[in-house]
Write a protein that binds this ligand. Sequence first.
Ligand SMILES: NC(=O)C1=CN([C@@H]2O[C@H](COP(=O)(O)OP(=O)(O)OC[C@H]3O[C@@H](n4cnc5c(N)ncnc54)[C@H](OP(=O)(O)O)[C@@H]3O)[C@@H](O)[C@H]2O)C=CC1
Ligand SMILES: O=C(O)[C@@H]1CCC=N1
Length: 274
Amino acid sequence: MSSQLSFIGAGNMARAIIQGLIASGHPPEKITATATREQTLAPLRERFAITTSLDNQAAVLNADVLVLAVKPQKLAELCVGLRDAVQQRRPLVLSVAAGIRCSSIERWLGGNIAVVRSMPNTPSLVGTGACGLYAAPGVSDAQRALVERLMGAVGITEWVEEEELLSVVTAIAGSAPAYFFYMIEALEKAGVAQGLKRDSARRLAIQTALGAAKMAALGEHDPETLKRQVMSPNGTTERAIQRFEAGGLEALVLDACNACRNRANELADQLDQP
Ligand SMILES: NC(=O)C1=CN([C@@H]2O[C@H](COP(=O)(O)OP(=O)(O)OC[C@H]3O[C@@H](n4cnc5c(N)ncnc54)[C@H](OP(=O)(O)O)[C@@H]3O)[C@@H](O)[C@H]2O)C=CC1
Ligand SMILES: O=C(O)[C@@H]1CCC=N1
């Protein structure tokens, strides 16, 4: 039987997971979402027929799995406010918040609560999410399996055995859809600058990203080989790749991922208040 899920927070990430879960067959009557404003909730209720509520306590008291999906800066106050309800119901807690450590969440919730931390991404919306998971000490195998089933319904999951590594997952998966959208935007702009209509340039760039990702996902060849297959010696692609190399693209990607990971760690240090 499906678990009763309560999402506290119904923004971009919660919506992506909810939509993916429903598409994968999770019963809508087993999902509740809360927010601070009715206008956030109405579209979710109308589209997915889930239960929505402005009452976080009630949502906690009904939850087998409590998904914490508010901004990291709001998590401490939220958790402290939910402490009594959480201690009464004792759901499995699944946080999607960037940076915030399990130990902080557990402490804010009053202690002795099973907490799993995840770092999902918005392609969960289309069942193609990539999600890192970390289980705090005290989380049972059955609870790990439950989280894996839930997040596995909307994409792939990868457990990390050291919590700090979730910051790396943030850099290469949680935040990374934005990098690929950025690349699509850049290709579209380049196409327009060189004379294509915007719509055509966008369609071509999107389809190319999709095709490249699908080929890489097949795993028949590694990405380096796939790249080489496009690059005829002294051909057109080689010229483009040479420009990326001259511009230091790989070092720039590393630098961006370092900045992303560091920000995740910084959030944890800033927000880890008693
Ligand atoms: N967006 C992404 O790609 C990813 C986000 N994350 C993490 O997911 C979390 C949510 O991010 P995201 O969805 O982008 O943020 P959004 O701002 O889109 O959503 C936040 C939600 O929290 C709700 N909220 C705020 N305060 C409360 C409260 N006291 N009680 C109930 N609900 C509340 C808001 O409701 P209202 O609008 O009505 O105030 C809103 O629905 C963050 O911690 C982020 O780090 C993780 C991976 C990827
Ligand atoms: O940008 C952010 O902070 C969130 C966390 C990962 C993706 N989006």
